[in-house]
Write a protein that binds this ligand. Structure first.
Ligand code: 0L1
Ligand code: MG
Length: 252
C-alpha cells in the first residue's frame, strides 16, 4: 500500500470511528520510518498547535508493549476548552492520561538541544489531559503503526499556564483520578527523568527527521506520566499536578 493509501485508511478510520487491523499484521516490512512518513503526509494542510510526545514514560511503554519514545502532532482543531464536556461517541476507545505541557517562548531547533535549552525557551508550563484514541483494534500496534496513527492522538486539554521559574518539574507530583477515585500517581521525572528532557529529545529528533523544529508559541505535551485510563460516558477525569494546578474533563 502507498503512503497516501495508508494515510487515507487511517483518516477514514478516525472519521468513521471504526478501528482497523494494524498495518504490520499484513506487512512485516512496515517500519518506523515509513510510519513517520505516513504521519507527515497526514499533517499536511492541518492547523498545527504543536507536538505531542508518546511513550516517554516506562509505565506507558509497558502498557502498550512498545519500548521507544515517539512523537506526533497536535491539530489545533483537537484542543478542548476547560469545562467543555467531551461526547464519548466522537472517539473509538478513548483513554485519558495526565501530562506536563510546555508553551514555547522561543524557537528550538538543532541537533544538540539540551534540557537547559528547553527550560530557557519555555514561556509557560501547565497541567494537561490527553484523551488518546487508537484507530487500531484493541490498542494493538507496533511503533511504526503508532507513528502512522499520530501516536494515538485524540483530543487534549491544557490547564491555566504557569510561569516555569522556580518550578522543579521533575519533582512535581501528578495524581490521576476518575470519578473521585485515585487511579495512578507519578512524579514529573517519570518522563525521561525530566519532562524538559523529553522536549529536548523531540527537538533533536525533529532535526534528524529534516523537520523545521519547534516554534515559539507551540504547545508540547511531554508524554503520559502514568498508564492511560479508559473513559466512558458519565466519567469525570481529574488531573492534579501540584503547583501546575488541577484540571477536570468530563465525558458525556
Ligand atoms: O496509545 C498509546 O498509549 C500510545 C500513545 C502514548 C501517548 C503518551 O505516552 O503520552
Ligand atoms: Mg499522551
Amino acid at each position: 500500500m502507498t503512503i497516501s493509501g495508508i494515510a487515507a485508511r487511517l483518516d477514514t478510520a478516525r472519521r468513521e470511528r471504526s478501528a482497523i487491523a494494524p498495518f504490520s499484521d499484513t506487512d512485516p516490512s512496515f517500519e518506523l520510518e515509513l510510519g513517520y512518513r505516513v504521519q507527515h503526509h497526514r499533517r499536511q494542510g492541518r492547523p498545527l498547535a504543536g507536538w505531542k510526545l508518546g511513550l516517554t514514560a516506562h509505565v506507558k511503554q509497558r502498557q502498550v508493549g512498545v519500548d521507544t519514545p515517539l512523537y506526533g502532532f497536535l491539530d489545533a482543531a483537537d484542543g478542548l476548552n476547560l469545562g467543555q464536556p467531551l461526547p464519548i461517541d466522537t472517539l473509538i476507545a478513548p483513554r485519558a492520561e495526565p501530562e506536563i505541557v510546555f508553551v514555547l517562548g522561543d524557537d528550538l531547533a538543532g541537533p544538540h538541544i539540551t534540557t537547559a535549552d528547553v527550560l530557557t525557551a519555555t514561556a509557560a508550563v501547565a497541567a494537561g489531559i490527553e484523551i488518546i484514541d487508537s484507530r487500531y483494534e484493541d490498542y494493538r500496534f507496533t511503533a511504526a503503526d503508532l507513528a502512522a496513527d499520530n501516536v494515538s492522538a485524540g483530543r487534549y486539554l491544557v490547564g491555566p499556564p504557569q510561569l516555569p521559574q522556580g518550578l522543579e518539574l521533575d519533582l512535581l507530583g501528578a495524581v490521576l483520578s476518575k470519578n473521585g477515585d485515585v487511579i495512578a500517581t507519578a512524579a514529573g521525572a517519570a518522563v525521561m527523568g525530566h519532562p524538559a528532557a523529553a522536549v529536548a529529545w523531540l527537538a533533536r529528533r525533529l532535526h534528524a527527521d529534516g523537520e523545521a523544529g519547534l516554534r515559539c508559541g507551540q504547545v508540547i505535551f511531554a508524554g503520559g506520566l502514568t498508564a492511560a485510563v479508559p473513559v466512558a460516558a458519565g466519567d469525570t477525569i481529574t488531573v492534579d499536578i501540584g503547583q501546575l494546578g488541577r484540571i477536570t474533563q468530563s465525558f458525556t
